[in-house]
Design a protein around this ligand. Structure first.
Ligand code: GLV
Ligand code: MN
Ligand code: MN
Length: 421
């Protein structure tokens, strides 16, 4: 059995590969690789070459997920899925999502051609962040049959629909149903950076995810009256941006007053958008998350009421639309226990935790047993170029993955599971 020291060379390769993928970007001087953007072709080419070298057959499904297939010992063997996402936020780091894909490929590589009682499908999901179309998880939604006509018709900032983006990437949206999971899937396992400070504060290299918190994403539009900034007295204005600003503070206050709630307005746009014009329209995003679905939805209802009431007081209107309503999801208890055992066998301390970030695992968990392993995030930093990992932690994650595959291959309980897909 290899020790984590035995995985150091592979861990170095994993980190170098993540950094190489970070160079495939829509922006010069930073990493931004949104759903089906041109640099995703370069990313696919590179990851495909690593997959093929590890003995995998590679394909791209109709929603742009990169899929590498490493067969099992027998022709009718079931499969496990491993992976994460290949898209990024703007001005991203090198590891969010990417690490989970690259690490899974490296685990297959470490098998050196030996076969397990299950095949391994490594998936690089095309879309998890929701940057281009405002809707996250488009890649994993295709696997659970949740890409519908409404989603295909959504447009990006340039007026390009999801359907057209798929066509422009050289794919056929009419074939999305073929991306769906078959009934031979035993489970999905995702490695991901924690993206927060908890593991570092506990001096733990790895963590086991027990649950992923629920989240809503909405877009609010305040409509007032655009007018001259010099001639319109303050008491005769209907300033859409001032209304949005007051509401944003309301959002922050509600989140501060509700234990465990996080709420963020990360995007604001004012129209017409000039220094000397009172804004006639203001658009504001909302991202709200809590481990309890009840607390999250009750707070959201209250924030909507507050938006309506402050808009009425200011003589503006407000409307909103929901882009995502995702309940909290528990990870599979059997796989979670197996991961704990693998972490212990890698010589690491244990920590079970909830994930505040959304992950492809929460979508796949609707259909198949899903589980996640977190790697410590130095400084707790993510969604930023300063995002990093420790070499030793990546080596431990590889060792843990190796133990996990060995355990699952020997588990009659796991191999005998029936699939829900
Ligand atoms: C994914 O990065 C998220 O926003 O949770
Ligand atoms: Mn991610
Ligand atoms: Mn992310």
């Amino acid at each position: 059995m290899q020790t984590s020291t035995g995985f150091t060379n592979l861990a170095e390769a994993v980190i170098a590969r993540c950094r190489r993928l970070a160079s495939f970007s829509e922006d010069a001087g930073g990493t931004r690789r949104t759903f089906l953007s041109p640099p995703m072709h370069d990313c696919h080419r590179e990851v495909s070459s690593w997959m093929q070298a590890a003995g995998m057959t590679v394909s791209v499904d109709a929603v742009g997920n990169l899929r590498g297939w490493y067969p099992g010992a027998s022709s009718g063997a079931p499969r496990i899925l491993m992976g994460s996402h290949l898209d990024t936020v703007p001005n991203a780091g090198a590891y969010d999502g990417i690490l989970g894909v690259v690490l899974a490929v490296a685990l297959v590589e470490s098998l050196k051609g030996s076969k397990l009682p299950f095949g391994i499908e490594v998936i690089g999901f095309s879309e998890e962040e929701g940057v281009r179309f405002g809707v996250p998880f488009i890649g994993s939604r295709a696997l659970v049959g949740r890409v519908d006509e409404e989603l295909l018709g959504r447009k990006d900032n340039l007026g390009i629909s999801v359907r057209k983006a798929i066509q422009d990437f050289g794919l056929n949206a009419n074939e999305i149903s073929k991306a769906a999971l078959g009934d031979d899937v035993l489970g999905y396992i995702e490695f991901h950076i924690e993206q927060g400070p908890v593991l570092e504060s506990l001096n733990r290299a790895l963590g086991v995810v027990e649950a992923i918190v629920g989240q809503n994403r909405l877009e609010f539009t305040f409509c007032g009256c655009a007018n001259h900034a010099g001639t319109t007295p303050m008491n005769l204005r209907h300033d859409a941006l001032a209304a949005a600003a007051e509401w944003i503070v309301t959002v922050e206050t509600a989140a501060r007053q509700t234990m465990g709630l996080v709420a963020t307005v990360g995007l604001v746009e004012a129209k017409p958008g000039a220094t000397n014009v009172i804004a006639g329209e203001a658009r504001a995003s909302l991202d709200i998350r809590h481990a309890s679905d009840r607390v999250r939805t009750e707070t959201l209802d209250e924030l909507i009421r507050q938006a309506e009431s402050l808009a009425a007081r200011r003589g503006v209107t407000v409307k909103w639309r929901t882009l995502l309503a995702q309940n909290a999801i528990a990870m599979d208890p059997f796989l979670t226990n197996q991961i704990e055992q693998a972490i212990r066998d890698s010589g690491c301390g244990l920590h079970r935790m909830a994930s505040g970030a959304g992950h492809d695992a929460m979508i796949l968990a609707e259909k198949v047993p899903a589980a996640m392993i977190f790697l410590r995030s130095p400084g707790g930093i993510s969604h930023d170029p300063a995002e990093s990992v420790h070499l030793d932690d990546v080596a431990k994650a590889l060792e843990c993955g190796h133990h996990l595959l060995t355990q699952l291959a020997a588990s009659q309980e796991f191999l005998g599971r029936t699939c829900r897909a």
